[in-house]
Write a protein of this length. Sequence first.
Length: 511
Amino acid sequence: MSSPKRIVLILGDQLDLNGAALRGFDFKTDEIVMIESIAEAQYVWSHKAKIALFLSAMRHFAIQLKELKYPLTYIKDSPLSIVEALKEKLIKKGVTDLICVEPGEWRLKQQIEELAGELSLRLEMREDDHFYCSHQEFLEWVADKKELRLEYFYRLMRKRHNILVDNQGNPQGGQWNFDQDNRKSYSKKGPGIIESPVLFEPDSATKEVLEFVNDTYPNHPGSLDHFRWPVTRAQALEALDYFVEYRLRNFGVFQDAMWTDTPFGWHSILSSSLNLKLLNPREVIAAVLQAWKKYSLDLSTVEGFIRQILGWREFVRGMYYLDMPKMAQDNYYDHQRALPKWYWTGQTNMACMKDAIGQTLQYGYAHHIQRLMVTGNFALLAEILPKEVCDWYLAIYVDAIEWVELPNTAGMALFANGGRFTSKPYIASGAYIKRMSNYCGSCQYKSDVRFGEEACPVTTLYWNFLIKHRSQFESSPRTKLMTANLKRISDEDQKSIVEHADHLLTHLNDL
Ligand SMILES: Cc1cc2nc3c(=O)[nH]c(=O)nc-3n(C[C@H](O)[C@H](O)[C@H](O)COP(=O)(O)OP(=O)(O)OC[C@H]3O[C@@H](n4cnc5c(N)ncnc54)[C@H](O)[C@@H]3O)c2cc1C
Ligand code: SF4
């Protein structure tokens, strides 16, 4: 083929034949470039399943492109970064027009823009149309707000897109949010039979990737033994159908519940497909609304699910592009401790952490409450440096791309931006974990003991955190209530809590 006029770069999380990258593609003059970069997989110490999912999905997408006769250069196993490999290609072909969709990582976006400057490229960076809310719309929403809160953004999205609203623009069921109905734990006897999510046996292309990842990244965390993720759009659609048909009905009620060896609960397990753009959020919401009518599902379940996609997913994306690069540097509490080593191995005596991290290493997946109230809560209470925590989340979850990982981790779990979009830190003692799971039953610690050998580290560190930040919590009406219970703990016991916490904090690796 003669030199193309324009290069269209498609990144590993932009795998949509109908996406913005291929809009107006000219088969005579344009060429697609896709790059597998070893450096990208090592940028954080990525879970093997995350690397494998990206590579397998990219290779399957490339097969589709070839079948559709798109001119494609697919660069395999490049030792260079994406931008270095792209630069090499652009110079070799003498191309000066580059088209791409905005990357989901601020660093890469900057690098591509810098490359365009360096090579005097005409760069057309298109906005990702896999979201309901454009950057411009988000900026307009932000403009007159004193406080940036999900709830008001979510209501606007519901109205603007006519989702779960009546003809007058009022919410279906008379309220915008049924969160209170969606916080049940499983019965004391356990979750009962949970319809398993649909899992996909690796085909030959995926098997090749799994072998490659095991050989190339043998020391990376996690296992590939349970790799059953959707790697094509057809599989992602099947996973969506199965979810709305069999699992959605119980999603809402048990959204926050946790149970040993129950890695997926009733959750959708669709985040990786959504984030790789194998699925469009619009078709996910349409399928959920259809199932709501067809099976007369509870409005609370349907609303609860839609809030995650139309609300949180859109909101955190808006916040990411609004606040970067500051979001990655914020450290409101000036926490400096290193991440305990067992975050990478699951080898800890705390049953809650062991289960949440153990399943993460097996599958590259944990559900929201495990991420927020188990591993995230502990990282905040243990005063871990936000950058270390964020790198862990980015590395370890198959759905982790910075635009969604960072606001959730730094902003929501760690309060690293001082409450820019949350009203108070999400912290809890062992009592919460006991209420929402069966973890404490098999733990060597006791969730209600605040100090001493048997004390639950989560509980000790929770009270220590409140004691340490008491004046800050009391200065705001939103957090004032959180310290009220401290009044019921004697000064002597508070002293013992602080002493015990000091010991824990200096021996985090031994927990
Ligand atoms: C510390 C922390 C880190 C996180 N990192 C990521 C990440 O890297 N990638 C990611 O996709 N999600 C992340 N989340 C959000 C959420 O935990 C996952 O989206 C969810 O667990 C994925 O599982 P699921 O598909 O079964 O979701 P479900 O519970 O079935 O929810 C349905 C969908 O809603 C969306 N969603 C739900 N909650 C959120 C949220 N808080 N923010 C954005 N979208 C949401 C997801 O697309 C998800 O697939 C993080 C949350 C926390 C607390
Ligand atoms: S007792 Fe504490 S450490 Fe153990 S499982 Fe319960 S909350 Fe976790």
